[in-house]
Design a protein around this ligand. Sequence first.
Ligand code: MLT
Length: 427
Amino acid sequence: PGRMPGVCRCVSAPSAEETAFKTKVARNANMAKLQAGYLFPELARRRSAHMSKYPDAKVISLGIGDTTEPIPDDITSAMAMRAHSLGTFEGYSGYGAEQGDKKLRANIALTYYKDLGIEETDIFVSDGAKCDISRLQLLFGSQVKMAVQDPSYPAYVDSSVIMGQTGLFQKDIEKYANIEYMRCVPENDFFPDLSSISQADVIYFCSPNNPTGSTATRDQLTQLVQFAKDNGSIIVFDSAYAMYISDDSPRSIYEIPGAKEVAIEISSFSKYAGFTGVRLGWTVVPKELLFADGFPVAKDFNRIVSTCFNGASNIAQAGGLACLSPAGLKAMQNTINFYKENTKIIVDTFTSLGFNVYGGKNAPYVWVQFPGRSSWDVFTEILEKGHVVITPGSGFGPGGESFIRVSAFGHRENILEAAKRIKQLYQ
Ligand code: MLT
């Protein structure tokens, strides 16, 4: 029998607990420790809510650091050619080496680590730095203690929590137990006081830094390497923004003598070539890096990669090779220079308004201080009144409270428009 139109059949709504079928599988207790959703999806959620509230507003996103400019032609042509060749008998290939295409590994070693003693076999090509951060957590397991810069890119801490390396979140100090938070603030020039850091097995260090945009000097990185040597720690050095450096700060941790014995480096084509969607990165695990029992870290990482990964997409890897050709390198540098000009516009805007502004010089992120204010309040203010999305500094850890991060990834007209709105808001 059909339902009568216009007749409302009211049924009492049973609660989810009464009706929902439950499996007998216990929830992973480590997942339950996580405080909230991952930072960037949360920003996207708030942006969507804002857009529903103000459907006519032209919202500008300077929140997540997502590239906006087209991938240079030389690089897309190489990917298109590879994609087409997959449609031919001669050009088809299936699984590649889990560690990546030999030629690409060799080219990465030659382009970024020439004269630093890093070889093709030390390079593991991946689908991006973020994915490798989680694979590294699997490599280290649940028993290690991590140290991170505070503030830091949230994937380090969240993946450590998921892996079971931490205790519960301590609400009063906004930190997870059993993580060493290395405070990086203007007062210490964004470089931690290493003498105050207690023993940590794995030290995550990002330079140029996401989110503060600061870059460690050669002298500071020398101290860091020495600190790792003295304590027997392993550094995971995230150099995803290295090509944004315009002064003589080291672009790789391996520029520091002795680093091969204590450091892994992760990097990515995402922010150089606009590969955030294509997905291609790499991790360097030098053969000199050994565990306490003398076993090479690279051998275990190779085992993890072979088990958890089938290699980066062959099309993306063709793009990676093109990135490293002379034309590709030049095209990437042009894209980076474009974003660096955006950065300058953002830095000048906040500086002219009298804010304390950090970063920006060697990184596509600008770190602005709002003394005494909550980062999320400033986020809401800029979104509500300026229709601009930024990232609240506290999303990167307690050390980011009262700061905001402004990303320089955007079309020029959007950056200029955002700068105009921010000026109107804070003049
Ligand atoms: C960011 O906004 O911090 C980056 O886009 C995150 C990432 O690279 O995954």
